[in-house]
Design a binder for this molecule. Structure first.
Ligand code: IPM
Ligand code: MG
Length: 372
């Protein structure tokens, strides 16, 4: 039976990288005897300007009924809702909150032949293999809780309030996810030890104290995994200095948002960073980069983040459905990316090459096919 996948290409470079993701999915289909029913829906800021809605209601229903969702990127600076919010963000939050995708899973892995984006003098410090950790970001509460607003007097905004909500349930399930993930990995590259780092600001903030207390409770169920703590400010410093010390880190929503952009620097930039928004019943996968309007329409951005999101989706589907072919296909996609990187001939500008986005997609898709 065909697996139902909803495609939300969205704005800017979203449609370009989505095309390459689909190319790889088609290659997987023919090589691994799998069948995908791909259904695209329009969405995003441009769609809002054209139609007055961020996405059709039927798109959310289709996402709910799908086996998995792939998202490109949403948002263009000129498209704003009447309340000032970025038009298109409702798609991301509609899915994260509406489908209860509580774990935002963002792997940071420095692949061979990719240079991290810190100043060149650091070039020799990190070899491939030394950066291989995952940040698991809480995805349904924290500072993203929609209890917020402005106090206006006479049409002038005088005061703004955002509520940061941390619940036991929200903390417990994402922390459990992080421990389970650590159990399935090989540990931190530095010492091979399985370790989960609780990233918070529990020295000051009440919600973070709750988050850390729940972390301690969950940790007792995983005696084989080392527990580790870091305040968010110090964590960012240590992450850049010693990325090899980390296996899995778990953080409240807004800290995870910030930390994962920084982490992308360690893996060669946003063009390499993929993420999964995962709940108990649904999964949505996306490149972490946004719509990058200045690069849009030029066929020049790196599609690897999207292709690695496809790889995460296949692996997630494979584990969930206990289908070996899907997991093998996921491994083949990652290997094809690594082979293209090692060969070093078909790379986009961000990795020092001159190839087009579509050429990279084609190179990866043909290696997926050839490997079988
Ligand atoms: C991300 C993005 C989003 C977020 C934006 C686009 C709303 O930065 O996925 O990290 O803040 O979560
Ligand atoms: Mg972000």
């Amino acid at each position: 039976m065909a697996l139902k996948i909803v495609l939300l290409a969205g704005d800017g470079t979203g449609p370009e990288v989505m095309r390459e993701g689909v190319k790889v999915l088609k290659a997987v289909e023919s090589a691994y005897g799998l069948s995908f029913e791909l259904t695209p829906y329009p969405c995003g800021g441009q769609h809002y300007l054209d139609t007055g809605e961020e996405w059709p209601d039927s798109a959310f229903e289709a996402c709910k009924a799908a086996d998995a969702i792939l998202l490109g990127a949403v948002g263009i600076p000129e498209a704003r809702l009447p309340n000032g919010d970025l038009a298109g963000a409702g798609v991301i939050f509609g899915l994260r909150f509406g489908l209860d995708l509580y774990a935002n899973v963002r792997p940071t892995k420095l692949y061979p032949n990719v240079r991290h984006k810190v100043h060149d003098s650091f070039k020799q410090v990190w070899e491939p293999g030394k950066v291989d950790f995952v940040i698991v970001r809480e995805n349904t509460e924290g500072l993203y809780t929609p209890a917020r607003g402005f106090l206006s007097r006479g049409g002038v905004d005088e005061l703004a309030v955002d509520s940061r909500v941390i619940t036991r349930k929200g903390a417990e399930r994402v922390i459990r996810y992080a421990f389970e993930l650590s159990r399935s990995r090989k540990g931190a590259p530095g010492d091979g030890k399985s370790r989960v780092t609780c990233v918070d600001k529990s020295n000051v903030v009440a919600g973070d104290r709750l988050f850390r207390n729940v972390f301690d409770e969950v940790a007792t169920r995983y005696p084989g995994i080392a527990k580790d703590y870091a305040y968010i400010d110090a964590f960012l410093q240590w992450l850049v200095r010693s990325p090899e010390a980390y296996d899995v880190a778990v953080a409240p929503n807004e800290f995870g948002d910030i930390a994962t952009d920084l982490a992308a620097v360690l893996q060669g930039g946003m063009g390499m960073a993929a993420g999964g928004n995962i709940g108990d019943a649904h999964g949505m996968f996306e490149p972490v980069h946004g719509s990058s309007p200045k690069h849009a329409g030029k066929d020049e951005v790196n599609p690897m983040a999207m292709i690695l999101a496809v790889q995460m989706m296949l692996d997630w589907l494979g584990r969930r459905r206990q289908e070996q072919a899907l997991r093998e296909a996921a491994a083949a996609v990652e290997k094809a990316v690594v082979d293209v990187l090692k060969a070093g001939k078909v790379l986009t500008y961000d990795l020092g090459g001159t190839a087009k986005c579509s050429q990279v997609g084609t190179a990866i898709a043909s290696r997926v096919k050839a490997a079988k």
